[in-house]
Write a protein that binds this ligand. Structure first.
Ligand SMILES: [Zn+2]
Length: 345
């Protein structure tokens, strides 16, 4: 009897938990596409993205980011409210995510890095992956000068493309490295993450020279074009927010340089879409990647909110210029549903 009673209690608890939605949540996506390798875990397949939208439309109330942020501030946000955001401004947001968002009538915000729009360049971390892990032309010993420091990686042997392709499942979550090139890639990502855009570009240029690469953006990794952004802005379901000009680690810059990056991206979007930019997302989004200057510049530009990239409860006490967000990785609709519940705050 006692055991049966305990079982009933546990079942009831499970049912109650199942009914309780997570607190209001802002989701971050990056790419929506099929890629053969994704070491930074930034892609969600279109099939999985559609499953996520099915879960959201069934169990959650998806609001535009501005509405969720405003409702959070005045304490009227529903517990099951969710906002969808995309960082960086990949063309696949237009190709794959937008048609699905339209199918389910679900709004979203895309944070665009204006320096890459309509360019043939990949974002720094994608370019690093492409040159280090895709070209198969790294030397036995890789030597680089980065901001007056000399770095050497013993890569042991020339890597061939076939060998690298066999390691497509490797991600930065894995503790080990299938080849020395993967270790060097991770090291370079750590060294360069918070360096200036100029230093990042110089290293990418040096690496391209070493491997003899032309550096043209892969179709799967290219940025949105202005034409695509204008189409999205006119359609209205997707809001266009700003994400700096060059995807920089803002706190590493002085106030004036930060202003150029933040205001430059906002003004360029406004000039191209003829719409006011009301949302901003800090590149990288960790609390050390921006500072009080960044926040003040975003407020001064007339934005209504700014998104970070850390998890915390969203409530009336939340700073609208440091909105917490939850990153979404590639997973099925069921896993996504569990993930949202597990991360209830
Ligand atoms: Zn970003």
């Amino acid at each position: 009897m006692r055991i049966r009673g305990l079982g009933r209690f546990r079942n009831a608890l499970r049912q109650i938990r199942g009914r309780i939605a997570p607190g209001p949540t802002i989701l971050i996506y990056h790419r929506v596409n099929d890629v053969s390798a994704d070491p930074q875990l930034l892609s969600v397949t279109p099939a999985h993205f559609e499953e996520h939208l099915e879960v959201l439309s069934k169990f959650y109330r998806v609001l535009p980011l501005n509405d969720l942020a405003a409702a959070a501030l005045n304490g009227t946000v529903p517990r099951n409210a969710v906002a969808i955001t995309f960082d960086d401004g990949y063309a696949n947001n237009y190709d794959y995510a937008w048609p699905l968002l339209k199918k389910y009538s679900i709004p979203a915000t895309i944070f665009v890095t204006t320096g890459y729009v309509s360019s043939h360049r990949e974002f720094f971390c994608d370019e690093l992956e492409r040159v280090m892990l895709r070209t198969g032309r790294l030397p036995k010993i890789l030597k680089l000068n980065i901001a007056e420091e000399h770095y050497v990686w013993q890569l042991y042997r020339s890597h061939n493309r076939q060998r690298d392709l066999r390691n497509d499942s490797w991600t930065v979550r894995d503790a080990g490295h299938p080849t020395p090139a993967h270790k060097a890639y991770r090291d370079l990502h750590c060294i360069l993450r918070n360096r200036s855009y100029e230093i990042q570009e110089q290293v990418i240029h040096d690496l391209r020279t070493v491997v003899g690469d032309s550096g043209s953006a892969r179709r799967t990794h290219r940025a949105l074009s202005w034409e695509q952004i204008r189409t999205l802005a006119v359609d209205g379901l997707v809001d266009i927010g700003a994400h700096t000009v060059n995807h920089v680690f803002l706190s590493s810059l002085d106030k004036e340089a930060q202003r150029k990056e933040i205001i430059g991206s906002i003004e360029t979007i406004e000039a191209n879409t003829h719409k006011k930019v009301t949302s901003f997302a800090y590149p990288y989004g960790t609390q050390d990647s921006y500072d009080a200057h960044s926040r003040a510049i975003v407020i001064g530009a007339g934005c209504l909110n700014a998104s970070s990239n850390f998890q915390a409860r969203i409530s009336a006490e939340t700073d609208p210029f440091q909105l917490p967000r939850l990153i979404v990785r590639d997973c099925s609709g069921d896993s996504f549903h569990h993930y949202l519940r597990r991360n209830a705050l």
